[in-house]
Design a protein around this ligand. Structure first.
Ligand code: FDP
Length: 340
């Protein structure tokens, strides 16, 4: 530990201080968003601690199994869901919650309702949980624009209506990346303080990158433009160097790397999954929101991802997101394909 450097860190920009600063720019603001965010932050800290202790605490395993004390063990994703639902409901600032873990939306009791709707995946990248690879929580926030009884229509809105989005990555460090529509900012959890500290202000994705990220095991089922694009990444004909392939298989980790290093993340449609795999509300929208806020793009193969209007809460969509120029290339291939 660098104690000398630590001694100089006396003016820390915590995530709460950051959001309060933002809030002070809007005199009419009553602090509801700050309160909501502090509950999301609490959920992230809890899940981070559970993920770190997973092996020790015997949290890994099937939901429904019992431990030696005869207590039911919860799988990490079930536990994370409970933590976030409780944190969001108890914030008193939400009315509708959509979680990847729950088939139906949760409608908050009138006594606890507030003006926000939150869509989230409490623990994304579940296939990586049991081997200790980075996983994360993804969230998107809408405002409720009426005082009538809330319905699922309140979250079946295009991503461009989100007021904030973010993710928390439980990796070699725990990092929360957030956008409230004024750029993208990264906060790293200082475990000794229990606080997320601003470490990556105003993240901008490089205009072009040299990494592509995709599950190439699905290549035999891809459509023409995706096949051509990946071929171009590997065998460029314009003299540029071939791109490197990196694929963790946890969306949060793959998107985080893409945001910081540049390049493109693809989860395309294929013959077996014509709508791709990733979920519109709590995977595609929040990550697309962050990418655009960082200067990149997000495209579905047909349109700007944030312009999709979901019809169902667990709807899926193909997604291509990342550096502006890299996404331009895949857009051009789809446009060409449409002409033929
Ligand atoms: P997982 O199935 O492990 O939960 O949507 C979930 C997700 O992971 C994403 O995090 C990840 O990007 C993608 O699926 C990985 O899918 P493949 O295993 O099909 O590549």
């Amino acid at each position: 530990m660098d104690h000398a450097a630590d001694a100089h860190r006396t003016d820390l920009m915590t995530i709460t201080r950051f959001v309060l600063n933002e809030q002070s720019k809007y005199p009419e603001s009553r602090g509801d968003f700050t309160i909501l965010l502090s509950h999301i932050v609490l959920g992230c800290k809890f899940v981070c601690s559970a993920v770190n202790k997973a092996g020790l605490a015997k949290l890994i395993g099937l939901a429904g199994e019992t431990n030696i004390q005869g207590e039911e063990q919860k799988k990490l994703d079930v536990l994370s869901n409970d933590v976030f639902v409780n944190a969001l409901v108890s914030s008193g600032r939400t009315s509708v919650l959509v979680s990847e873990e729950d088939e139906e939306a949760t409608f908050v009791e009138p006594s606890h309702r507030g003006k926000y709707c939150v869509v989230f995946d409490p623990l994304d990248g579940s296939s990586n949980i049991d081997c200790g690879v980075s996983i994360g929580t993804i969230f998107g926030i809408y405002t409720l624009d009426h005082t009538d009884e809330p319905t699922t229509e309140d979250v079946l809105k295009p991503g461009n209506e989100m007021v904030a989005a973010g993710y928390c990555m439980y990796g070699s460090s725990c990092m929360l990346v957030l956008s409230t529509g004024t750029g993208v900012h990264g906060f790293t959890l200082d475990p000794s303080l229990g606080e997320f500290i601003l470490t990556h202000p105003d993240i901008k994705i490089p205009k072009k990158g040299n990494i592509y990220s995709v599950n190439e095991g699905n290549a035999q089922n891809w459509d023409g433009p995706t096949t051509k694009y990946v071929e171009k990444c590997k065998f460029p004909k314009d003299g540029s160097p071939a791109k490197s392939l990196r694929y963790v298989g946890s969306m949060v980790a793959d998107v985080h790397r893409t945001l910081l290093y540049g390049g493109i993340f693809l989860y395309p449609a294929d013959k077996k999954s014509p709508n791709g795999k990733l979920r519109v509300l709590y995977e595609v929208f929040p990550m697309s929101f962050l990418m655009e806020q960082a200067g990149g793009q997000a495209f579905t193969g047909q349109k700007r991802a944030l312009d999709l209007v979901p019809e169902k809460i667990h709807e899926r969509s193909p997604i291509f997101l990342g550096s502006y120029d890299d996404v331009e290339e895949i857009k051009a291939l789809y446009a060409e394909d449409e002409k033929n």
